[in-house]
Every structure is written in C-alpha cells, then in structure tokens.
Design a protein around this ligand. Sequence first.
Ligand SMILES: NC(=[NH2+])NCCC[C@H](N)C(=O)O
Ligand SMILES: [Mn+2]
Ligand SMILES: [Mn+2]
Length: 302
Amino acid sequence: MNKLNVSIIGVPMDHGQNRRGVDMGPSAIRYAGVVERIEALGHTVTDEGDIQIGHADGSIDTETNLRNLKVVTDATEALGAKVFEVAEAGNFPLVLGGDHSIAIGTLAGISERHENLGVIWYDAHADMNTSDTSPSGNIHGMPLAASFGLGHEQLTNIRGYSPKVKPENIVIIGARSVDPGERELIKERGIRVYSMHELDKMGMDAVIDDAIHYLKEERRTDAVHLSLDLDGIDPMYTPGVGTPVPGGITYRESHLAMELLHDAGVITSAEFVEVNPILDEKNRTADVAVALIGSLLGEKLL
Ligand SMILES: NC(=[NH2+])NCCC[C@H](N)C(=O)O
Ligand SMILES: [Mn+2]
Ligand SMILES: [Mn+2]
C-alpha cells in the first residue's frame, strides 16, 4: 500500500458558531491517539501543531449578520497558508477542528494546487448558507457557499482567489438538516446530495461507489478533499458535537465509507471537524474521529 507523509494541523477554533468548547477538539483527537494510530499503519506523521486563533466577543455584527468575522478570516487565512505549504511539500494534509468554518481555509490552501478539485462533504448539514440566508450568523454554516464564491467577500477571498471549487464538484453525504436558502442553492447549482433518504435506499456501499464514479469519471476531478463533520454520524455515537441531528449515519456505515474511500485511493486531503469535548462523553467523539481516520488511511481487520 501507498505510504504517506501525513501532516497534522490543529485548528483550535470555536468562533464559527456559538457553543464554546469545540476549540478543544484538536487536543481531544490527539489525546485519543491519532498520531500513534496513523504511524501504526506505516505512514510517517508530522504534527505541525496548532494554528494561532485570536479572541472574539461572540456577537453578531448587525450590518453583516456574521459572528466573529475578523477572527474567522484571520484563522482561515493562516490555515490556508499552512495547508498550502504542507501540500506543496508533498504531504497529506490532515486538518483537525475546530468548528467547520475552518474548511474555508483548508479549501483555500488545497484548491490553489488543483485545476479541478472535488470535495466530499460528510455532514448532517449542507453548510451552504450565506450572510443573507443564515438563520444563525454562524460561519460554520457557510463554508461550502464561500468556497464556490457566495457570501461575504472576506470569506470568499481567502488567499486572494475565488471560487475554490465548482459546485458540480461537490458531493454531500448524510444531509438531514437543510435550510430553505441552502435547498435552493443545491437545486440551482446542481450539487450532488446523498441525503439520509438515498443512504437508506441505496446503502453506503452504493453511495460511495456512485460518488467516486461521479467525481472521477464524470467530473474528472484531479484531487478529492474529504471534509468530515462528526455530526454527520448519528449523535448516539458522536454526542460531542454542537449541532446534533438525530437519524444520522451509523458507526459501521461510516467505517465502511472510510474503507471504501481508502480502497479507491481517491482522497488526497482530509479534515475532521466539530469535535466538542465539553459536550462529549468520555472523549467518545474524538475516539470515533481517530477510528475513522484509521480506516481512511488503510486500517484493516486482517
Ligand atoms: N458545521 C455545522 N455543524 N453547521 C451547522 C449549521 C446549522 C445551520 N444550518 C446554520 O447555518 O446555522
Ligand atoms: Mn454539521
Ligand atoms: Mn458542517
């Protein structure tokens, strides 16, 4: 099997939403043994440490309807630079969140190196709001829209270019909570969504197969980023998330998904986000994140 040089980048940020504690996600995932788990598979791991995150007061700006815009912009800019640097060096970027707003930075760093990036968004949510449609002002509900160029200019223009991805190169898996503005965008931009409905009908095996075929054969993407929000999984397995939605993907289905993605060899970068140790039970959610990272990077029973 292909051995990787994995670069771990922690992003202890909780300013993209309003439940404190998700900034401790990177420590919890490290504590759950992520480095050892990856090294045991024969990969080399460099822990690049954490991106510096500023302070913010948590208020929503009345003019922009955005919470903590400045600090999120600064953090995603710094993350984008780091991701670009490690990817340029030939390493596999593995970003640990932190709330999902950090994906704005990850995608900014990754996409700069690719003509036709694909994205798999494993999430209960579509994260496709803009400041105009957001019910919360929370930037963690906006990274996908920002990455295809919609929303506040400071969010769309990280690293000085926009858009980062084509909407047709995005696949969402696990959606079950979608806001009205997001629903419109999904239809209008032709974004491929495997909601819980499709997952139940087709099964995870066929969903991943279909998604890979779509991204590689139809869309001809030259790299695929996996953005995995732990709330995509059912909260009975991952209680430590800020916006849990019942009726989610199971633990077993999620492992199968990671194994199939590994076997297909399509994923070129990944991030695991929204682990909130304050809301968790005995670090279970971080343990699931580490186990899924193991499967994604080649762990097998026998
Ligand atoms: N990354 C997440 N957990 N996002 C949750 C977003 C929830 C809701 N759609 C919002 O815009 O506020
Ligand atoms: Mn989510
Ligand atoms: Mn999300």
